[in-house]
Design a protein around this ligand. Structure first.
Ligand code: ADP
Ligand code: ZN
Length: 725
């Protein structure tokens, strides 16, 4: 078997043009009958490593997988690509498993997914011996190790595989990198000689950001508002927090569910299904959520609370952007969380040694969140992956800190702290420095101390940032034994009384155009230049409809990345459609016609110039009318935006866009049905503050998220027309 055939199979079955890093090497090793250990981060593309050998080699590949839900998704995905695959596990009826066993005996299948308990069960052994097995793949192989974080006793019995099937290549796959676990996997499976493939753990398409944890809910609401329709997960520590956030998001007009261990299994299943099927875009969850789901278009992961360790943080944020399109991870950092964890660790039953380990891991997490160093660099180095450049796709890289002589700032802070009798935490100290009149300041008489209000030159956020550096550089410490107040250290006193010099850093001013969405090289752009957002919306709507009719999750049909490819390249024939990444032969047969028709109609309706003339499409109302005309017509007939969206199978945002475009082109509208007069007045009144050409974001930020982007767009359009701008 050679790699050329493997590459052909990749295109034919999955519609992909190239292997990702290491996939080809791994497949080659299997072709040479080697045992292999595959270490790749979540979303790295592990499945292809055994699926391609499975479909190209003679016989059947047996895949051991611990997660029943995932097994089912994988098999559905394979079947949708025309690959005969099935699964066996304890959740099936006898009739179902009998059917699979029959298919096995008749040699109809190329892949069998099986749970470890089923595989090792006595009843299954005779059947296993009758099969012609091409490969064993052990997914989530770290479950074999008691060092790992997910130990499963059934996994330890898997050593019989190599003993009884010494000729069959064995592949162990995991996303957990640490060396101890890695060695344990090889030892326990009896494949000490296995070839090891360690992929980079970098996920360059996920941008990283850390923000101070003040007014988190408000920040989250503004964040989601800027990302309409996107799918995301918000991780919280406490069940109650999940519920509260979901509630507030719903009150703010978003669709959000919550998920935690105290819900019934049926309810949890429901939330998971709704999320996977794009019925609910946002889930607020404790860390249990996301383990067994394979949703590729999660666009953001927010950590409401600080994760307990870097491993957990990275694993959770890794659930974003599996489709390789740009995705975002946002972490809120608060000292209160650090304190909560310390208390939890202290009060736990663990040995002193374990406690110390957990505190050390917590401190590393704390450091990732705090150090003004490229986040990706800190994280990858933590995982022992040398990474010696700045990533360009994290908040520190985007706003590199500027260093300055911070001696005076340290002196002000420490002096104020001493004058409170070291009875202030971070927030209170900042408020004293900035001269706030909050009640406890007045009650404690802190407004009378000499340094009260001496630090007005820095904002609240800047002071927080500076104080945390003072903590890390050791001028301050947190007195965990005394209400977590801050305390001046010995070297702090040296700055205060002996004028020892200190370097501090503050984030640079944000460049006007670099706020977000600027992706570094090598990452497919979320909205490629030619990518047509309206067409994409229509493709998504059609996918949803098809998925509903067929009773499968939307991503089984095509991923977002594939639909974006279509909206960019505008394929008009089967051959062109096949060139889109993610369109294999089976999917072309099944869904090609439907998607082609939509694209053809779209292209001819909106008069887009394409290299090849689009074939005529019958049911076009008026050849020359722009695509937005229909929406305008319906709106003038009295339908609401939502009703029009429903009728046309488009997103409400798209309809808004249509109306706006029409208005800009001179149409007349009852605009006050769309935006309140006061809103328009307020926004238009503020416009002179913003230089032309006006950007939306500064205006949005000026009003602190009080008005939506759509409202701002309308105000701008009206100002423009009236010459008031
Ligand atoms: P993992 O199991 O490592 O978390 P998956 O196997 O689920 O990752 O792959 C993640 C995503 O990347 C899937 O949507 C998969 O189809 C896609 N993918 C894998 N290999 C390729 C490839 N060579 N080209 C394009 N997409 C790929
Ligand atoms: Zn960076």
């Amino acid at each position: 078997m050679n790699l050329q055939l493997a590459a052909k199979a990749l295109k034919k079955a999955f519609g992909y043009d190239d292997f990702r890093p290491l996939q080809a090497e791994i497949i080659q090793a299997v072709f040479q009958q080697h045992d292999v250990l595959v270490l790749m981060p979540t979303g790295g593309g592990k499945s292809i490593c055994y699926q391609i050998p499975a479909i190209t080699l003679d016989g059947i590949a047996v895949v051991v997988s611990p997660l029943i839900a995932l097994m089912k998704d994988q098999v559905e995905g394979l079947n949708a690509n025309g690959i005969p695959a099935a699964f066996l596990n304890s959740a099936q009826s006898i009739a179902q498993s009998r059917e699979v066993e029959e298919a096995l005996i008749n040699g109809y299948l190329k892949l069998l997914y099986v749970s470890p308990e089923k595989l090792v069960s006595q009843g299954f052994q005779p059947l296993l011996k009758r099969l012609k097995i091409s490969l064993f793949a052990i997914d989530e192989a770290h479950c074999i190790s008691s060092w790992g974080h997910d130990f499963r006793p059934e996994y330890t019995q898997l050593r019989f595989l190599k003993q009884q099937f010494p000729q069959v290549p064995l592949m162990a796959l995991t996303a957990t990198a640490d060396r101890l676990t890695r060695k344990d996997i090889l030892d326990q499976l009896g494949i000490e000689q296995a070839e090891q493939f360690v992929a980079s753990f970098d996920r360059p398409n996920i941008s990283l950001e850390v923000r101070p944890g003040q007014r988190r809910i408000e920040q989250i609401i503004a964040y989601i508002k800027e990302r309409p329709g996107q799918s995301g997960i918000i991780y919280c520590l406490a069940r109650k927090t999940c519920e509260t956030i979901a509630e507030k998001l719903n009150a703010a007009g978003f669709q959000a569910s919550y998920y935690h261990a105290e819900l019934s299994p049926a309810r949890r299943n429901q939330v998971q299904e709704d999320f996977i099927n794009d019925r609910i875009p946002i889930v607020c969850a404790t860390i249990a959520f996301g383990m067994g789901i394979d949703k590729s278009n999660v666009r953001f992961v927010i950590h409401y609370n600080l994760p307990r360790n870097v491993e957990g943080y990275y694993q959770e944020l890794g659930r974003a952007g599996r489709d390789g399109l740009p995705a975002e991870a946002l972490l809120f950092f608060s000292y209160a969380d650090v304190q909560t964890y310390r208390d939890m660790i202290e009060q736990s039953e663990s040995s002193d040694e374990q406690k110390a380990l957990r505190v050390a891991k917590l401190n590393r997490m704390f450091q990732v969140a705090e150090a003004p160093v490229c986040r990706r660099r800190t994280i990858l180095n933590y995982f022992n992956e040398p990474f010696d450049r700045n990533c360009g796709n994290c908040d520190v890289c985007r706003r590199p800190p500027r260093h300055f002589d911070g001696t005076m700032a340290v002196q002000k802070a420490l002096s104020a702290l001493l004058r409170t009798g070291e009875r202030a935490g971070m927030q209170l100290l900042v408020d004293v420095l900035r001269g706030s009149r909050r009640r406890d300041i007045l009650e404690n008489g802190f407004h009378e101390i000499k340094t009260y209000g001496a630090g007005k030159e820095y904002s609240f956020e800047e002071w927080t940032f500076l104080l945390s550096q003072m903590l890390h550089q050791g001028y301050l410490e947190i007195a965990y034994d005394s209400h977590s107040h801050l305390r001046v250290t010995e070297i702090g006193k040296a700055v205060l009384f002996e004028g020892k010099k200190v370097q501090l850093a503050l984030p640079a001013e944000q460049e006007p155009n670099s706020s977000r969405g600027r992706s570094p090289r090598n990452i497919p752009d979320a909205n490629p230049p030619g990518h047509d957002a309206q067409l994409f919306d229509q493709l998504v709507a059609m996918r949803r409809q098809l998925a509903q009719n067929l009773g499968v999750p939307p991503y089984i049909i095509f991923s977002d990345a594939t639909l974006k490819g279509m909206a960019e390249k505008l394929p008009l024939s089967e051959i062109e459609l096949l060139r889109i990444s993610g369109v294999g032969e089976r999917k072309l047969q099944e869904y090609g016609a439907a998607f082609l028709q939509l694209i053809q109609r779209y292209v001819s309706e909106s008069g887009i110039q394409t290299p090849i003339p689009a074939p005529p499409v019958k049911d076009v109302a008026s050849e020359k009318a722009p695509a937005y005309q229909t929406s305008v017509q319906l709106f003038l007939e009295g339908f609401s935006i939502h009703e029009i969206a429903e009728q046309r199978g488009l997103a409400p945002d798209t309809i808004q866009g249509h109306l706006l475009k029409a208005y800009q082109a001179g149409a007349e509208f009852p605009i006050l049905e769309l935006v309140r007069a006061e809103t328009l007045d307020l926004i238009i009144g503020a416009l002179p503050l913003f230089p032309k050409p006006r950007k939306l974001k500064p205006i949005y930020e000026h009003f602190e998220g009080r008005f939506t982007y759509d409202e701002i767009r309308w105000a701008l359009a009206i100002a423009e027309r009236n010459g008031a701008g």
